[in-house]
Design a protein around this ligand. Structure first.
Ligand SMILES: Nc1ncnc2c1ncn2[C@@H]1O[C@H](COP(=O)(O)OP(=O)(O)OP(=O)(O)O)[C@@H](O)[C@H]1O
Ligand SMILES: [Mg+2]
Length: 545
């Protein structure tokens, strides 16, 4: 209840490192214990068998399997996978018997506002709340409207775990009513002043929840005993989300990778299409390819970058790492790092394969007919904005143009400047949100120097092709953005109508000042219409649009 937001963000960052820190300690301990016998395969197959029996009763057994995999992959740097020393497939088909603990609480027998109040005061003591009755009634009205009022008694089912992220806490569950499909809901809590916690917004329906749990947001912090049950419950609320995304969303991103790998291999077995170059503009820094029947892209850092790019492989990795650790603000795609991927060579389009072996020779090689990729980022496949603009009707184009502006502003509020604002570097999600995926020039906003274009003093200066004033490395001239954007007319009109200020240096400098003053901005993971309160003190929205 201390409202220590800086501490909360620090915890989130520390949590991301925790897994690796523990693994590192463990790896050195194992080196001490086993010494020279470390590479002996039989030690590890035996260890795996014993370990498997030890975790058989744990409600978090699948996370434990992944942990074992992380360790053996570290020790062996396995190319592809090895079932003898890794849990490539899980050893267990069903959760252990003692994992059948209840993960939700059900409220019934009273009016909906009362049920909501009970759920909220079960999570946080009654004395912590501000304006609880009134907001519970407002939330009820929203629920009734979404469910269409009925005479039967409502039931409220709420996950016992509270979801924390940034400055918010969330209770998640559903409203059940006879004869109706269950309505997924999220209760969004904020605590911005000494009056207490408020119920700031009510989210309802699959799409609202999907946006809250998006792969473009940072992970939640959730205390959970049985992740297996939790993600499956969440999947009932959001049937279109894959387990992988849900494990990631609650912070088990390592296990998300295991799930990804299992799913990917299963998909390869039942599909026949070939990997091809991703549609859109070719990368100067990355080789990007995809399997048409599977909605991710694989991104490999090329050995040599096309001009004028002058960064190095390590620079690029550093920027991707920055994104992993930073608040993604709903606008940066999550990129998972994979090492030693093995994929059958005959699944590659020959031109793509030739290109990879040429442009990324240091990390791609052939072995027994398989392609071995030493390092790749795997991201959700989006529709690149340049293609989206070509393929859609004016209304959709205008909406994407407007959301592009909001995307740039949301990134700014989270202290990120994308570096390269061209449409080829943004993609459109299935919910029509415009998000950024090209990280090699991304930097902190506070490291940029936003300048107004100086006025020409002579006719020669006026027509000069090259700048006649001196420009330093991090100088950025927002007035110039417009020349490069090449937006189609409906998108440009919408962008200028709603977000014209992004073309002015003083807009950017104002945000820099706010960030510099220690304000931790928040980009809300829900729409304004979903809010129940109109407490302006709450909404830090430097980027109102
Ligand atoms: N998540 C994604 N979904 C769909 N397509 C993508 C995705 N990421 C990249 N692409 C495609 O691959 C291309 C190159 O990717 P990206 O922009 O990340 O590489 P880059 O080499 O850094 O680009 P640039 O040359 O602009 O610096 C993009 O222009 C786009 O067409
Ligand atoms: Mg690009």
């Amino acid at each position: 209840m201390a409202r220590d937001w800086a501490g909360s963000f620090d915890d989130a960052a520390e949590r991301l490192h925790f897994y690796n820190d523990v693994l590192e300690g463990l790896t050195s301990r194992i080196h001490e214990l086993i010494g020279a016998r470390l590479p002996e395969h039989s030690i590890w197959t035996g260890t795996k068998a014993v370990y498997s029996s030890l975790i058989a009763r744990s409600p978090g057994w699948e996370i434990a399997e992944t942990f074992f995999n992380s360790l053996t992959r570290r020790v062996f740097a396995t190319a592809g996978v090895d079932q003898a020393i890794e849990f490539v497939d899980t050893d267990f088909d069903a959760p252990p018997a003692n994992a059948i603990i209840s993960i939700t609480k059900t409220y019934r027998g009273r009016s909906l506002p009362k049920l909501l109040c009970s759920a909220l005061t079960d999570a946080f003591d009654e004395i912590c709340w501000d304006d609880l009755q009134r907001t519970a009634e407002l939330a009820t009205a929203r629920i009734e409207a979404a469910l269409a009022a009925q005479n039967s008694e409502p039931e409220l089912e709420i996950l016992s775990s509270v979801f924390y992220r940034g400055r918010g806490a969330y209770l998640v569950g559903r409203v059940l009513r006879e004869g109706k499909l269950p309505l997924p809901i999220a209760l969004c809590l904020r605590h911005e002043n000494e009056r207490g916690i408020i119920l700031d917004a009510l989210l309802h329906g699959e799409v609202d929840l999907a946006l809250l749990f998006s792969f473009t947001r940072s992970y939640f912090r959730v205390a959970v005993e049985c992740p297996y049950r939790l993600v499956r419950y969440l999947q009932q609320l959001m049937p279109r989300k894959r387990l992988i995304d849900l494990y990631n969303a609650i912070g088990f991103h390592r296990h998300g990778k295991t799930e990804f790998y299992r799913d990917f291999i299963a998909h390869l077995r039942k599909s026949t299409d070939r990997f091809v170059v991703a549609e859109g503009a070719r990368g100067m820094v990355m080789s990007v390819f995809t399997l048409p029947s599977y909605d991710v892209v694989f991104k490999l850092i090329k050995d040599q970058f096309d001009l004028p790019k002058d960064s190095t492989r390590e620079d690029v990795r550093r920027r991707y790492r920055l994104v992993f650790e930073h608040d993604r603000a709903g606008r940066l795609v999550e990129a998972h790092e994979f090492e030693h991927l093995r994929i059958p060579g005959d699944r590659f389009d020959p031109r793509l394969l030739a290109e990879l072996l040429r442009d990324a020779a240091s990390i791609v090689k052939m072995e027994d007919g398989d392609v071995i990729i030493a390092h790749a980022y795997v991201e959700r496949r989006l529709r690149p904005l340049n293609l989206f603009f070509r393929e859609n009707e004016p209304d959709a184009i205008a909406a994407a143009g407007r959301d592009y502006g909001q995307s740039v502003k949301d990134l700014a509020a989270s202290n990120i400047f994308p570096g390269d604002l061209l449409t080829k570097n943004f993609g459109v999600t299935r919910h029509g949100r415009v998000v950024f995926y090209d990280y090699d020039e991304l930097c902190f906003l506070t490291d940029c120097h936003f300048r107004k274009l100086p006025e020409a003093r002579t006719p020669e200066e006026e027509i000069a092709a090259e700048p006649w004033f001196s420009v330093r490395e991090n100088d950025i001239f927002p007035e110039e953005f417009l020349q490069f954007l090449s937006f189609p007319e409906p998108a440009l009109a919408a962008l200028l109508q709603h977000h014209r200020e992004i073309f002015r240096a003083d807009f950017w400098r104002a945000i820099q000042r706010q960030i510099g003053a220690g304000e931790i901005p928040e980009v809300f993971p829900y729409r304004e219409e979903r809010r129940l309160t109109s407490d302006q003190a709450l909404s830090f929205r430097p980027a109102k649009g």
